[in-house]
Ligand binder design. Structure first.
Ligand SMILES: Cc1cc2nc3c(=O)[nH]c(=O)nc-3n(C[C@H](O)[C@H](O)[C@H](O)COP(=O)(O)OP(=O)(O)OC[C@H]3O[C@@H](n4cnc5c(N)ncnc54)[C@H](O)[C@@H]3O)c2cc1C
Length: 314
């Protein structure tokens, strides 16, 4: 080959690939997940009330960079969620994953393929992806920092720079109640205790109104204590916690499911937008570079693309 391989189709990888593609560069994106978006994720559930969707990862995007804000404001797949915030909180349509999916339109993205190794080869790189070995001039890795070393090899000189970065888990409950069930708030950040953030998902624009849906995120401590349990057990534990917060009978739930995010929230970021190796052809990035936000992932991916496009041999 032939161009750049981007590992990860979350916001960082898509932002990077979009900018490279739009500048006329050959770029291919590989992701082990079922679809595009990474932690900007939407889960579909078939319930007695009908088909529902839950944003079980990022709840909204708040852009700080004017270019990112302008991009979101221009997208038909983005809408402002009226959650009382002073600055616009954008959500995807029909769910959060709609945003990265729309940003990836026209890109060469392969989902469902896990990259297991990235090694120098000749003047470029060899990428082991599923059963295939692919060649690339450049590689951009946007997987969570704790998963990078096993891809690039523990002896890669960039690995020591990753060690200060820390990420915390988050277990998440998705629950539905009959439409019309009293819904006391749109979102809430409880000050202490097992739940860190509670969102009435059905209050977002264009969500199905056949049920009242909620997403509850457990605190980092509670998540760490329970992340090895199975999802049904986590849902059983979290449903009464949510119901206490929204003053609703747990027996009224039409649906309850849980998701375990092992690397959910950046607690110690790198402090700069990316890492680049001595050859200038391997970049590492993602939200873990700048902070626990979709906007940080966009900033990192965009900065990597700029660096590649600005380099003399690109
Ligand atoms: C529960 C939760 C709530 C959040 N709430 C908010 C919020 O409200 N607002 C906000 O701004 N941010 C929020 N965040 C953070 C936000 O989701 C992230 O900052 C952002 O989505 C990270 O994007 P990324 O591209 O860096 O990483 P990711 O989205 O994690 O993308 C990395 C991708 O790499 C892929 N991958 C990993 N390993 C491999 C491999 N070996 N081979 C191939 N592919 C691989 C993964 O499948 C994934 O798609 C939340 C996160 C979580 C988990």
């Amino acid at each position: 080959m032939s161009g750049t391989i981007v590992i990860g189709a979350g916001m960082a990888g898509i932002a990077c690939a979009r900018a490279l593609h739009d500048a006329g560069r050959a770029v291919r994106v590989l992701d082990k997940g079922r679809g595009i978006g990474g932690r900007m994720a939407t889960r579909r559930a078939d319930t007695v009330a009908g088909a529902l969707r839950f944003d079980h990862g990022a709840q909204y995007v708040a852009a700080r960079d004017p270019a990112f804000d302008a991009l979101l404001a221009s997208m038909p797949e983005a809408a402002i969620w009226d959650d009382g915030a002073a600055h616009p909180h954008y959500v995807g349509l029909p769910g959060m994953s709609g945003l990265p999916r729309a940003m990836a339109a026209g890109l060469d993205v392969t989902s469902g393929v896990e990259v297991t190794a990235i090694r120098p080869f000749d003047t470029g790189w060899q990428v082991t992806a599923g059963a295939d070995i692919l060649a690339a001039d450049r590689v951009v890795v946007t997987v969570p920092a704790p998963q990078v070393a096993r891809l690039i090899g523990a002896d890669n000189p960039l690995v020591p720079a990753l060690s200060p970065v820390a990420m915390a888990p988050c277990v998440t409950l998705m629950a539905a109640f009959p439409a019309g069930t009293p819904a006391p708030f749109v979102s809430r950040t409880p000050p202490n205790g097992p739940l860190a953030f509670i969102v009435r998902d059905s209050s977002k624009p264009d969500r199905p109104q056949v049920a009242t849906t909620w997403v509850a995120q457990a605190s980092p401590d509670w998540s760490a204590a329970h992340i090895e349990e199975d999802k049904a057990q986590i849902a059983d534990r979290m449903l009464p916690l949510l119901c206490a917060a929204i003053d609703t009978d747990p027996n009224a739930a039409l649906h309850a499911d849980a998701h375990r995010w092992r690397y959910a929230r950046v607690t110690t970021p790198l402090g700069r937008p990316f890492l680049r190796d001595g050859t200038g052809t391997l970049h590492l990035g993602g939200d873990w570079c700048l902070g626990a936000r979709v906007a940080a992932a966009w900033d990192s991916g965009t900065a990597i693309a700029r660096d590649i496009l600005g380099s003399s041999d690109a």
